[in-house]
Design a protein around this ligand. Structure first.
Ligand code: PMP
Length: 407
């Protein structure tokens, strides 16, 4: 099937609005959050208006129907990631919660004084701070894989950081600031050869890259629903069953228990052991719809078009004098971060907004990357397959126009 990008775009009505008087929206902030297709909004509407009953506990029809839809969403995610069982897919409220869950619970299981945890210099704060706090609690040490100015991780440096004290390696699949797709198969293999657990932060990887957790052999893979056309407040933690089984609960309360007395509590089976309280079931059901929506097109087709847009955008933007690009790795998702000589990123972002362009500016939740390049912030364009070459042309013309203003 050849990819019909106009048909794909037509599922996202939000993209067809004027965001300021006579200024059409051009949405280039997809790494922050993606827009939602109509079918996702319809799912939310249906379960809010017609089928709302608290799951896993009710005897009435709405509770039973909502429970089935929630568990069906789990099956959809299991297939999408090729997990080996539904016990390995835990619903959370996002990547941040998924990583915190592992940092707390796996940390309880395996981290002791003097142990080492490896992250990379390319990480989002959400994949740094939970590990840093774990290190502080346990007296462990955080080690960092550096990246080159091109934006690629230094695997030789990684190899030299690994040692018998390394217990956990946590890196992202794709960088939200530089767009680099990291060689995670290699990183997972190297981590495992050294006896470490490996977590992949898939917040940016999930919508763009193929993710087969059995083939990758990662121990954990975390992602957020809102970055893959699903609702905010939803996320997934994939974990290998044999490890999750050994990990203690993270948050506690109803649903995650088997029996409770004042003397002792026993815990529910997977995945419920890690899903305390009333889950965000309506949004999760809609996340299932978002994942099905992506699966219907197939990630390779979506990525091929996104990559074409990325190459087209780079070919245009390179023509602009005074542009500095951050991160030009060989293997990238459609993210372009840059600075323009003489224009502060906040000014640029504000003026672009006035012209209808939604981009992200600032520190992008990656202070270590800002420190690496010795900058205070960047301007980021992040593409989705619903973007168009016309939008890129308009953006190029807008940048030229704004540059004139600052001369
Ligand atoms: N990791 C990366 C690479 C991200 O891009 C983000 C979101 N920008 C996160 C983690 C955190 O995701 P969330 O805010 O949805 O929990």
């Amino acid at each position: 099937m050849s990819f019909d990008f106009q048909e794909f775009r037509s599922h996202f009505p939000i993209l067809y609005q004027d965001i300021h008087p006579k200024k059409k929206l051009v949405y280039f902030d997809n790494a922050a959050t993606t827009q939602k297709p109509i079918s996702v909004a319809q799912k939310l509407d249906h379960y809010m208006m017609k089928v709302n009953g608290n799951i896993h506990r009710g005897t009435h029809k709405m509770a039973a129907d909502a429970t089935k839809a929630y568990e069906d969403a789990r099956d959809i995610v299991v297939n999408f990631m090729n997990a080996s069982s539904r016990e390995e897919v835990i619903f959370t409220k996002g990547t941040t919660e998924s990583i915190n869950l592992v940092a707390f619970s796996l940390g309880e299981l395996c981290i002791n004084q003097g142990d080492e945890i490896i992250v990379s210099e390319l990480e989002h704060h959400a994949n740094i701070v939970p590990w840093q706090m774990l290190c502080q609690r346990k007296g462990a040490v955080l080690r960092v894989i550096p990246f080159s100015d091109k934006g690629e991780l230094d695997l030789d440096a990684f190899a030299s950081l690994l040692n018998e004290k390394t217990k956990i390696v946590a890196v992202n699949h794709a960088s939200n600031a530089l767009g680099t797709i990291n060689p995670i198969s290699e990183i997972i293999r190297m981590g495992h050869e050294n006896g470490a657990y490996v977590l992949i932060d898939g917040a940016q990887g999930i919508a763009h890259c193929e993710v087969d957790v059995q083939k990758l052999d990662c121990d954990f893979y975390a992602f957020s629903g809102h970055k893959i056309y699903g609702p905010t407040g939803t996320g997934v933690l994939y974990g290998k069953k044999e490890i999750l089984d050994k990990m203690p609960p993270f948050m506690t309360g109803g649903e995650m228990i088997d029996t409770v007395t004042f003397g002792e509590t026993t815990f529910n089976v997977l995945p419920y052991k890690f899903e305390p309280g009333t889950p965000n079931y309506i949004d999760v059901i809609a996340l299932g719809e978002a994942v099905s929506f992506v699966a219907k097109y197939g990630k390779p087709a979506l990525f091929e078009w996104e990559h074409e847009l990325y190459c087209y955008a780079m070919s245009k933007l390179r023509q602009i004098e005074g542009m500095r690009f951050f991160g030009e790795a060989d293997n990238k998702v459609g993210i372009i971060s840059f600075a323009i000589d003489g224009i502060h990123h906040f000014d640029l972002g504000t003026l672009l907004d006035q012209l209808g362009f939604a981009v992200r500016t600032g520190r992008l939740c990656v202070d270590p990357i800002m420190d690496h390049y010795k900058v205070q912030g960047m301007t980021r364009v992040s593409l989705s397959p619903y973007n168009t070459k016309e939008e890129i042309d308009q953006f190029y013309n807008a940048l030229l126009r704004l540059q004139q203003m600052f001369l």
